[in-house]
Write a protein that binds this ligand. Structure first.
Ligand SMILES: Cc1ncc(COP(=O)(O)O)c(C=O)c1O
Length: 392
């Protein structure tokens, strides 16, 4: 074929995780690579019952086209749910999205012209980097430490020309598992207001907390309307439903709504209505408690297996929630080559380079603990410990 593809795809290869999935075809492989919720936690019976009820009572509206802004009962339930993250708002500030990935896409569509600068944590979620690249954004990494993004580094980064927004995952960050401290959350909201900087706060893991105290969102400290909060029900109910929400200033919501009209018109009414009913019936809180009980055991199993099996030169994060542990090896180790060796021993992880916007991080990798069983976590970490020891 002789097709001239758009410039926006020129520097994009396939998503690194999707490439790794090809390596995982063998059933013997224990994958610590994905970021999927454990399928045994899916509330299949409740979703089946709710779907039947919806068809019986509201089938003619659920199966019809709907509003781009979202299914009104869901937007209302989200407004009721948001005070839990410190956000007190109304439906005009809420746009339902097809997963929070679409929230990312729509904010880029609304804000980013080719060559515009976006501030990012380094490492950050590779799906977000992928979306921003399709809008031809340029990345400016902002320094982070164990407590997340450093506000002074953000102020410094703002001196080199104004970026379109800061993209940040403040809680149990993907991939690092790190959580931004309370003081830094306040500082970032203050800097955003002072510099009229849009902050895109992507917070899909917030409720998956297995230790420590919950923290208010950055958005909860935002009085000037400069924080766009992205929520997702993927990790809390089911990713297959594809339901998330963007919460922000009505002006920005309107721009994103225009963008969504040209994308999918609206998120599936059926999916939105299922999530709305799940929330309305009060099922989410007990379901999250069950998820946390399951994932807490898995996270602890992974962290103690790591301390027993990994050589001391490997530094790992100790998250209090989320789905990931992040490892940093000595700089001379290339984790893409290490992955090849690990898969020969039937263990997979995600090399860290793809989470970095600047070609660094080749000595890092991400481990997921939600999908594998506790027994497989222990087995895989023991194997990985040996594979790493061999290359050090
Ligand atoms: C930080 C972050 N943001 C957004 C997403 C996208 O999630 P979804 O589109 O399923 O809501 C993910 C998925 O893994 C993620 O880790």
């Amino acid at each position: 074929m002789n097709l001239k593809y758009a410039d926006r795809l020129q520097n994009l290869s396939g998503n690194a995780i999707r490439e790794i999935f090809k390596l995982l075809a063998s059933p013997e492989i224990i994958s610590l690579a994905g970021g999927n919720p454990a399928p045994e936690t899916f509330p299949c019976a409740e979703v089946a019952r709710i779907t039947t009820k919806l068809m019986e009572e509201q089938g003619s509206s659920v199966l019809q086209y709907g509003a781009t802004e979202g299914w009104m009962p869901l937007r209302q339930e989200i407004v009721r749910w948001l005070p839990g993250v410190g956000i007190h708002t109304d439906v005009d500030h809420v746009l339902t999205t097809t997963g929070s990935q679409q929230g990312l896409d729509l904010v880029c569509k609304a804000m980013v012209n080719p060559g515009d600068i976006v501030l990012v944590e380094n490492p950050t979620f590779l799906g977000a980097l992928h979306t921003m690249k399709t809008y031809q954004a340029q990345f400016r990494p902002v320094e982070t430490d164990e407590d997340g993004l450093i506000p002074q580094a953000l102020e410094q980064a703002l001196k080199d020309g104004k970026p379109k927004f800061l993209y940040i995952i403040p809680t149990f960050q993907n991939p690092s598992g790190r959580t931004l401290t309370l003081e830094r959350r306040k500082a970032i909201a203050r800097i955003a207001a002072e510099h009229e900087l849009l902050v895109v706060e992507d917070d899909p893991y917030r409720d998956l907390r297995y230790a420590g105290e919950a923290l208010p969102s950055i958005a909860s400290f935002d009085e000037a309307g400069y924080v766009l909060y992205l929520a997702s029900f993927s990790k809390l109910i089911s990713p297959g439903l594809r339901v998330g929400a963007a919460i922000g200033a009505p002006e920005l919501m309107q721009k994103m709504t225009i963008g969504k009209q040209g994308a999918d018109v609206h998120t599936s009414n059926l999916s939105q209505a299922i999530v709305a009913e799940f929330l309305k019936e009060g099922l989410l809180v007990p379901h999250i408690a069950e998820l946390c009980n399951d994932y807490r055991v898995k996270m602890e199993a992974m962290l103690s297996a790591i301390s027993e099996n990994f050589p001391a030169q490997v530094k790992v994060t100790h998250p209090e929630g989320g789905l990931f542990v992040w490892a940093t090896l000595p700089p001379y180790i290339d984790t893409t080559a290490l992955l090849k060796k690990a898969t020969e021993h039937n263990v997979a992880f995600v090399p860290g380079a793809g989470f970095h916007c600047d070609g660094t991080g080749t000595n890092t990798f991400r481990l997921n603990f939600s999908m594998p069983s506790v027994a497989n976590i222990k087995k895989a970490i023991a194997i990985l410990g040996e594979v790493i020891s061999d290359v050090l």
